[in-house]
Design a protein around this ligand. Structure first.
Ligand code: URA
Length: 437
């Protein structure tokens, strides 16, 4: 079928045969389909939606448009599992989760991204570690996964190349916010890493990528069922992003917190609760445990014995970072020139946090990108961010700002004050949910 015929069918709301979707997506990967045709197609999907079968076909075609990793030759003595998140602020989950799950016998080849919009990127955080190479050759990636149990790296050019073109066109044609297109885009890339099972973390709240709770539920349901139908058993959790997840947001500051969490500090914090729930799902999905209780007990041992921390240290070393990073992280991580507390203008309780605004403030401090080819400053961000419901006053700051200059610190402090609503009475914690699909 000619590309324009496929676009016409979708424009008229007719079902698309799986074989035609496959040919169209391969045409995108091979550069036979123009950007104009991609734009017309994505707008037709945006307006008319897709059936579940069509989304499965779009997802598998995207996955198969480039290299699909095969792990058989490595004979890994455990399941290959991974987690993907729709992104957030202070979301350092991957950094703790990968080593923690690996310490329980899973293998985690985690392909991560850079910051996108107001959300932080796992890769940017890892690059705070001097020498860490997020782009090892494929053989090296496999070796590190085998010897360590986990390797967190960046996306290589040949993984789901069709999505790279489609995403670029969607970005400039107002067709990003479409559940079928988001599902195929996320899963096309994720399923190309040859997983036995996947767990998806879909965020809800003021820092989430999806605009409403209803849409987050819809996305979670779509991803879990499409991935499973495409052959990779997947569950999705809905988790709270109505405030920064960890107590910090930035790059080096999140690595500092990661190390503390891996050492077993703040084991009951919100970020550890979310990480633990995702880890439980991964161990069950990988058939390493029979149930939730067994999973929790294995995870507890892996954390308290120091095994998870040791695996993080090994991953850093094997990917080019310092061999004594855990012991001397203070000497290795960049520190901002200005670090100061941000006090509220009035006393009261933190009742609401515009988490997206906190993320954008980190970007403006230099911790994220305004252009996709820009360099970032790993030292900047916020630490010791208060949680919803905390009483703040002239003694209790909202956070500490880490900035390059006094002027930048002052601007970020102002932005943080505006992002937090301080009032009388209790805070309403309305989205602390964890719903599983
Ligand atoms: N992340 C992706 O990779 N793709 C989307 O469409 C949205 C978020």
């Amino acid at each position: 079928m000619l590309p324009q015929e496929l676009i016409r069918l979708k424009r008229e709301g007719q079902p698309l045969p799986a074989s035609e979707i496959k040919a169209f997506i391969q045409g995108i990967a091979d550069d036979r389909i123009s950007d104009a045709q991609i734009g017309a197609f994505t707008m037709a999907v945006f307006l008319n939606g897709m059936s579940r079968e069509e989304v499965v076909a779009l997802t598998t075609a995207t996955r198969d448009s480039g290299h699909v990793m095969q792990w058989d030759a490595l004979n890994l003595p455990g399941p290959i599992v991974d987690k993907h998140s729709t992104g957030g602020v202070g979301d350092l989950v991957s950094l703790v989760l990968g080593p923690w799950v690996a310490a329980c016998g899973a293998f985690v080849p985690m392909i991560s991204g850079r910051g996108l919009g107001h959300t932080g990127g796992t890769l940017d955080k890892l690059e705070s570690i001097p020498g860490y190479d997020p782009y090892p050759a494929p053989e090296r990636f496999g070796q590190v996964v085998k010897s360590t149990g986990v390797a967190i790296i960046g996306q290589t050019g040949n993984l789901a190349p069709a999505d790279k073109r489609i995403y670029g066109v969607r970005d400039v044609t107002a067709t990003v916010e479409s559940i079928p297109l988001i599902t195929a885009s996320i899963l096309g890339k994720k399923l190309a890493s040859g997983l036995d099972a996947l767990v998806m973390d879909v965020k809800v709240g003021s820092g989430a990528f999806m605009p409403s709770e209803e849409k987050s539920h819809e996305l979670a349901k779509s991803i879990a069922s499409v991935a499973t139908q495409a052959g990779t058993p997947t569950t999705a959790l809905l988790t709270d992003m109505s405030q920064p997840l960890a107590n910090c947001a930035g790059n080096a500051v999140e690595i500092v917190e990661t190390l503390a969490l891996l050492r077993g500090e703040r084991a009951d914090s919100r970020v550890m609760q979310v990480t633990r729930e995702l880890a439980v799902e991964m161990l069950i999905a990988g058939k390493l445990v029979a149930n939730r209780d067994e999973s929790l007990s294995r995870l507890d041992k892996a954390l308290t014995s120091g095994a998870a921390a040791e695996i993080f240290a090994r991953m850093v070393r094997e990917l080019g970072g310092p061999s004594d990073f855990m012991e001397r992280s203070n000497d290795y991580l960049a520190k901002a020139a200005v670090i100061k507390p941000v006090y509220p203008t009035a006393s009261g309780t933190v009742q609401r946090i515009d988490t997206r605004a906190v993320g954008m403030s980190v970007v403006e401090l230099g911790g994220g990108r305004l252009r996709n080819d820009a360099n970032i400053d790993h030292s900047v961000g916020f630490s010791d961010i208060v949680e919803l419901g905390t009483k703040v006053d002239g003694e209790q700051p909202l956070a500490f700002v880490h900035a390059r200059t006094e002027a930048e610190a002052e601007r970020a402090a102002e932005q943080l004050r505006s992002a937090m609503t301080i009032g009388d009475g209790e805070a309403t914690l309305d989205v602390l949910l964890q719903h599983t699909y």
